[in-house]
Design a protein around this ligand. Structure first.
Ligand code: PHE
Length: 329
């Protein structure tokens, strides 16, 4: 009899181990701990025993009942708890979890605005490779072999003849090589120069190049387009000027300065980039008739435009990906 009791207890504990979900708990309870369950019936059989046998059998039966009941209760608790944790009980009244949506970088925003303005002025958008050859970056732009711009201190060379472009002007060459005038494009993109990094210099920055080629294009057209752009981008009252300059690929050439106030209200002239009438020797290099056609071009620094527009005083902030900074735009 005692051995039978022990076996019932063992069977019950083994069966309990197979219970892994709340729904199976009740089946187990009915089978072992219910009124007709095996454990309760076992207790009932003690009454049939002789007075000498009763005490030991009673003790054993009670011990088994206690063990199985406790194990059952413990399992019940853990199963119900994990049911809560796996979220099967959903509280639909809880507020949702807010999703952080990213936004475009301030340089991309500026670029989009620039392309929008020039789009309205009838310019198409062109792109060129960031890894350039000397022909497009220098030779076709009339930048001779001894020109200081070709110095390794001013360019990132990859090979004798291959470098990261140091300006967006090579896109002018690529367009003119395979497009017949009239041409009217802007070309945005990254450029690279091994400058020492400080508040206004970075080894990589962005330029916006423009190129217009047609019959009878004059410096007045260039001046008009630049004025329209500055007034659209910085406001109609913005003062600006041409300052005579030199570039091997334009003649005459000028630098564009803006008169802008800093945070304290103090005004100063700030250089935005270079421009000029396309040099006839550049037309020769790309096979465009320089008797028939004239053209103009400019190259503006996009970081400079953005920094001036938004009052950013350190170019490094634009590339550090600090959300506290980026979220302001
Ligand atoms: N490429 C020149 C620079 O990077 C700017 C420029 C472009 C000047 C087009 C004239 C015409 O400084």
């Amino acid at each position: 009899m005692l051995e039978q009791f022990e076996k019932i207890g063992k069977d019950a504990l083994t069966a309990l181990k197979k219970v892994t979900e709340p729904a199976a708990l009740e089946d187990f309870r009915i089978k072992y701990l219910g009124r007709k369950g095996k454990i309760i019936q076992m207790l009932g059989r003690i009454g049939q025993l002789s007075p000498e046998q009763k005490p030991r059998a009673g003790q054993l039966a009670n011990k088994i009942k206690k063990e199985v009941t406790e194990a059952f209760d413990r399992l019940k608790n853990t199963l119900l708890q994990s049911q809560e944790q796996t979220g099967e009980l959903i509280d639909v009244t809880l507020p949702g979890i807010a999703v952080n949506i990213g936004k475009t970088h301030v340089i991309t925003q500026t670029l989009n605005e620039l392309l929008e303005i020039f789009g309205r002025m009838g310019f198409a958008v062109a792109y060129g490779p960031v890894v350039e050859d000397e022909w497009h970056n220098f030779v076709a732009l009339n930048i001779g072999p001894d020109h200081p711009a070709r110095d390794p201190f001013d360019c990132f060379y990859i090979d004798d003849n291959v470098l990261l472009r140091s300006h967006t002007s090579p896109v002018q060459i690529r367009i003119m090589e395979h497009t017949k005038p009239p041409i009217r494009i802007v070309a945005p993109g990254r450029v690279y120069r091994p400058d020492t990094v400080d508040a206004t210099h970075m080894y990589m920055f962005h330029q916006l190049e423009a190129l217009v080629v047609d019959e009878g294009v004059s410096m007045v057209d260039m001046k008009t387009a630049i004025a329209q752009f500055i007034h659209a981008f910085f406001g109609p009252d913005t003062k600006w000027r041409f300052r005579p300059s030199f570039f091997p690929f334009t003649e005459p050439s000028a630098e564009v300065d803006l008169l802008l106030a800093d945070k304290t209200g103090k005004e100063s002239w700030v250089e935005m980039g270079g421009c000029g009438m396309v040099d006839p020797s550049v037309f020769d290099a790309v096979g465009i008739d320089n008797e028939k056609y004239t053209g103009w071009a400019f190259g503006f620094g996009i970081e400079r435009l953005a920094m001036r527009k938004y009052g950013i005083t350190d170019i490094r902030l634009l590339f550090e990906n600090d959300l506290r900074f980026l979220e302001q735009f």
